[in-house]
Design a protein around this ligand. Structure first.
Ligand code: HCB
Length: 216
């Protein structure tokens, strides 16, 4: 199977809510030496967003979205052990505290970012999803974080990324940490507006931005 065929099959597996097929495609990608990150980003992620659009148009319903998400998670579990580590360094790249923002239970994208940051050599504290702002702040203090990353998948929870900026300021640690925002509705414009240090559109970009943030 060619790379394009694998990417097409990955999308089909999500659109047919088929976890077995998704795992099969993931295994095929590994067998054929296709970059797992490319399959995740160009195949599975694109299809998940399309499923979201169909849900928005009421052509699909919540159980469909849940089944598609399960299929995606199964494929990612298969693929992540095969993501190549970056150049090995003797010291950790830096410490990242990451989580899905308060009020938001979407975790798939944040999980991918957290995993890839670990693979890239960062010490990562993944706080999970629907994380209270105080938890981000307390953990950042406790582990002396270099970066606090937040994920918001809904327009209704995005304002909490702004509230996180304010919480970090109130706690007196905003100058010590860099912040990175992500999630489908987030944009560079949003990051600028709320005063976040970086925005990343996908996991590959999150790694690049995180490296920039710790070396600046
Ligand atoms: Co959900 N959902 N959902 N959902 N969902 C969205 C987000 C909508 C946009 C769908 C739609 O209507 N078009 C919509 C939000 C609308 C809005 O903005 N207001 C929506 C809704 C409404 C809801 C519920 C409220 C539905 C309901 O209950 N009626 C509910 C949420 C309840 C709550 O949070 N309090 C809900 C629930 C669910 C699940 C549980 C069924 C499931 C989540 C499962 C899980 O995560 N464990 C789900 C899913 C899967 C989606 C869609 C279809 C896909 C999200 C996803 O996993 N994408 C999504 C549609 C969409 O996003 N357009 C839909 C794939 C990942 C890989 O992409 O963008 O998350 P990503 O992450 C990227 C990128 O953003 C970046 O890197 C990642 C990897 O490349 N990134 C970061 C992410 N975080 C970062 C952090 C950083 O610091 C840096 C980069």
């Amino acid at each position: 199977m060619s790379k394009d065929e694998i990417i097409k099959a990955a999308k089909e597996a999500i659109h047919s809510f088929d976890a077995d097929k998704a795992v099969e495609v993931a295994k095929k990608a590994i067998e054929e030496g296709v970059d797992p990150v490319e399959v995740i980003e160009k195949g599975f992620t694109v299809a998940m967003r399309e499923v979201g659009d169909l849900f928005d148009q009421e052509k699909l319903f919540l159980p469909h979205v849940m089944a598609a998400a399960e299929a995606m998670k199964a494929a990612i579990n298969e693929l992540t052990p095969h993501i190549k580590a970056g150049a090995k360094t003797s010291e950790a790249m830096g410490t990242v505290v990451i989580g899905t923002i308060e009020g938001d239970i979407h975790s798939i994208g944040k999980d991918i970012v957290a995993t890839m940051l670990k693979i890239a050599g960062f010490d990562v504290y993944d706080l999970g999803r629907d994380v209270p702002l105080t938890e981000f702040v307390n953990k950042a203090k406790e582990v002396n974080a270099n970066i606090v990353g937040s994920s918001a998948l809904m327009t209704t929870t995005m304002p909490n990324q702004k509230a996180l900026e304010e919480s970090l300021k109130r706690a007196g640690i905003r100058e010590k940490v860099k912040t990175m925002v992500g999630g489908a509705p987030a944009t560079q414009e949003w990051a600028d507006k709320i005063g976040a240090d970086a925005y990343a559109e996908n996991a590959s970009e999150a790694i690049l931005k995180a490296k920039e943030l710790v070396t600046k």
